[in-house]
Design a protein around this ligand. Structure first.
Ligand code: GCW
Length: 737
């Protein structure tokens, strides 16, 4: 045995026997820093011959943020190159690397770098010539800028970019780049599919979990600078003293990484924990309570970010309970926060007292209030007008609020896109909405230009993502869902980046730089969200998920008390056709868009096919531009979605040689679940709609495997992330066919 081991070791040392990739569980995310292969290792070793500690003699002692930047660089280079370059106090070597701000590094102060345009968080990475020697500098105006620069520099090595003649300047396009955690204080996570909450309130403030630092480091590596710790369906308890002390401890851990803490506030907190009889925003006692509560928070957390509010929405309390407006409510909190520099992120996700079309409601409520909000209020608007569906057109509030800063909220957690088990890379979805044209100021008025403030000159800008992070070892419930956290951060930093380029970066850092792996995996990711749209809600359908849990198909569901909790409300399918008429002959939601866009969406001839049934009720036999009938097209889309998942499985099964066995097996197992559920979605949807269309399937297309009655009886009892009680399944209920 010993001899055999020795022989194996010798062979491995000689490189004659390929060592299997060491097992990984994904915990290290995209910050793995594995030893680079040649020729990259030698090239980069030559390019970074020395790291210069230029803090001696500088105006300030290095901050913890600056020390983190340096240690990250050391850690990254040690991993990638096999050893960290030597640290010296002077640039004695050609190809020395130095990092810092003009204040923290005397050499940089003398170099007179053009840092003015970089703002508070941007960075420059430059190759300079110093007395004939090439020196690489990572420089910024602030220490957190240096930290971002250090991660960006490491990314160059992680993705095999050249380090010659670097001339990079980067600054965030948006100010607030925030994760919204829907984490409850009991440790559950609403719509969370990655295990329990990472915040362990029971052990704070004394024993902060080391994970908080890892979390903050990962956020910093992609430029995320804020975190809302608790669910928007908020408990007032978070504002009590014991919790605030815990929040302060957490804020202390996150701060050096540039991550500010925010809280979701409960509007009725003055009653629930303040002993008042009202939460009326115009009541002086209520205003005084909030002012004093905010003062208490800032004494504990001097750089506290502010509040996120879900008010008068889905049963949450709000100013309308007192006959006041959203502006009254938001301004009251804004006034309390303003002296301390805090902001209010007021959500526009409101609906209720349904008139005719839920898609119209947020617009109808908020547009009349434009101009009435105080300067430190942002309106937080979901990407689409209804709710994080696999595909929605842009929310008409983008472009309609000219005097109120609008920030965008997207869902990173995949509530409506297959939870953590289905592979769906959301980059293309975010990109689709960021690039969508509102036409608010003529052509080119993209959502990106609305939220980056350039279109209307907003005072504050931002983007929020509902986090998909939990206590699972791999953070997000699956390997590929890490990419959604990643792409959110990168696009919030720069909404003009391409989803595809970001996918490639992520794949290279997370798995491998081998082109035989990178190309097929990026292609698979880029098609993955469309595959989900196809097998769940093709051609502009929405909200066809089972009620409550949102797990699996339920296009037939009609029995919920509120009309807009029913999938039939959204599909409007009957014997004549399918789709929601939102043109002037229907709810006229289309009229909420700027003229040229409204005209394009209104006409059956010009509406993009992907939004067809969102805006139109279309006869089953209608001929589409493909020459096929609507019914045939619909069936083909469902089928195409399932086929795309089969193709992803085939692609992945050929890639075992490039991935460690643990992550390979996990992805393969989840793709198998996805295939089964994609088939379920397709078959159940076709089975239901066929009872209305009464049309045959196109030739060569397989019929659903089971009857509609069987699909209707399917029960999935264990849906994670559901805030209510999951349906009880009778023994006779089949599980997913
Ligand atoms: O999509 C819906 C979710 C709710 C969520 C709500 C919201 C936090 O099903 O679970 O509540 O959106 O965004 O407020």
């Amino acid at each position: 045995m010993l001899l055999r081991l020795a022989a194996l070791a010798a062979l491995t040392a000689l490189g004659l026997c390929a060592a299997p990739a060491p097992a990984e569980d994904g915990h290290q995310l995209w910050l793995r820093y594995p030893l680079l292969k040649e020729p990259w290792r030698s090239e980069y070793r030559a390019a970074v011959a020395q790291i210069v500690d230029c803090t001696a003699g500088a105006a300030a002692t290095p901050s913890s943020t600056l020390l983190l930047a340096r240690s990250e660089l050391m850690r990254g280079l040690t991993g990638l190159l096999g050893a960290a370059p030597p640290l010296a106090s002077e640039a004695t070597e050609s190809r020395a690397l130095l990092l810092g701000t003009p204040r923290s590094c005397a050499l940089l102060a003398r170099a007179r770098l053009p840092l003015r345009g970089l703002g508070r968080e941007g960075y420059a990475i430059r190759t300079l010539l110093r007395r004939g020697r090439a020196v690489t500098v990572i420089a910024a105006n602030t220490d957190v800028g240096v930290l971002y620069g250090a991660f960006a520099f490491l990314r160059l090595l992680q993705t095999h970019r050249s380090l010659a003649h670097l001339e990079i300047s980067s600054r965030p396009h948006l100010e607030l780049r925030v994760l919204d955690h829907w984490d409850n204080l009991d440790g559950s996570v609403e719509r969370g599919y990655a295990g329990r909450s990472i915040w362990d309130w029971s052990r704070l403030p004394d024993d902060p979990d080391p994970r908080y630092r890892e979390y903050a480091r990962a956020c910093a590596s992609i430029g995320i600078n804020g975190t809302v710790l608790n669910n928007v369906n908020a408990s007032a308890q978070i504002m009590t003293r014991p919790y605030l002390v815990k929040v302060a401890a957490l804020a202390g851990v996150l701060r050096p990484y540039g991550l500010k803490v925010y809280l979701a506030a409960r509007f009725s907190a003055p009653i629930e924990i303040g002993g008042l009889t009202t939460a009326d925003p115009l009541d002086p006692a209520v205003r005084a309570w909030w002012a004093s509560k905010v003062g208490e928070i800032y004494r504990l957390i001097p750089d506290f970010g502010g509040f996120l509010l879900k008010a008068d929405s889905e049963g949450e309390p709000g100013p309308q309970d007192y006959g006041r407006t959203h502006a009254d409510g938001a301004n009251m909190l804004a006034d309390a926060l303003a002296p301390h520099g805090g902001v209010v992120m007021w959500r526009a996700f409101v609906y209720g007292r349904l008139r005719e079309d839920r898609a119209r409601q947020a617009y109808d409520e908020f547009v009349p209030l434009d101009g009435h909000f105080h300067p430190n209020v942002l309106l937080q608007v979901k990407n689409g007008p209804i709710d994080f569906q696999p595909r929605e057109p842009l929310n008409p509030l983008f472009g309609a609020m000219r005097r109120t800063p609008v920030m965008m909220e997207v869902e990173i957690t995949k509530e409506y896109l297959g939870f953590a088990t289905h592979l769906a890379y959301l980059g293309p979805m975010y990109e689709e909405v960021l690039r969508a044209d509102t036409y608010a100021q003529g052509r080119g008025s993209t959502v990106a230009r609305v939220i980056d403030g350039s279109l209307f000159g907003y005072r504050i800008t931002g983007m929020a993502g509902v986090a998909n992070i939990g206590a699972d070892r791999n953070w997000t419930g699956s390997q590929f869902d890490q990419a959604n956290w990643y792409v959110f951060g990168r696009l919030a930093w720069d909404p003009t980046l391409s989803a595809e380029a970001i996918a490639e970066e992520w794949v290279r850092m997370t798995f491998s730089n081998d082109p035989r792996f990178v190309a097929p995996v990026v292609a698979m990711m880029m098609g993955s969200r469309e595959a989900v749209v196809d097998y769940m809600t093709p051609l502009g359908l929405a909200h066809q998920m089972a009620s409550g849990t949102h797990y699996g198909p339920g296009p037939w569901v009609a029995g919920n008390a509120e009309p807009d909790w029913n999938p039939v409300y959204y599909n409007r399918a009957d014997s004549s056709g399918i789709g929601f008429d939102r043109t002037a002959s229907g709810s006229d939601a289309v009229g909420e868009y700027a003229r040229p866009l409204a005209a394009q969406l209104s006409s059956l001839k010009t509406v993009p096919q992907k939004y067809l049934l969102w805006f139109h009720h279309v006869p089953w036999g209608e001929r589409l531009s493909s020459g096929r009938t609507l019914w045939d097209e619909l069936v083909l889309h469902y089928t195409r979605g399932v086929d795309a998942v089969s193709a992803m499985r085939r692609t992945w099964s050929g890639l075992a040689a490039y991935v460690d066995s643990e992550r390979f097996a996990e992805v393969a197992a989840l793709l198998a679940i996805q295939q089964r559920e994609a088939q379920w979605w397709r078959d159940a949807s076709i089975a239901y709609f066929q009872t209305l269309s009464r049309r045959p399937l196109p030739p060569g297309i397989a019929p659903p495997a089971h009857s509609l009655a069987e699909y209707e009886a399917v029960c999935f009892p264990f849906s994670p992330g559901y805030p209510g009680t999951s349906p009880a399944c009778a023994p006779a209920n089949p599980v997913i066919p």
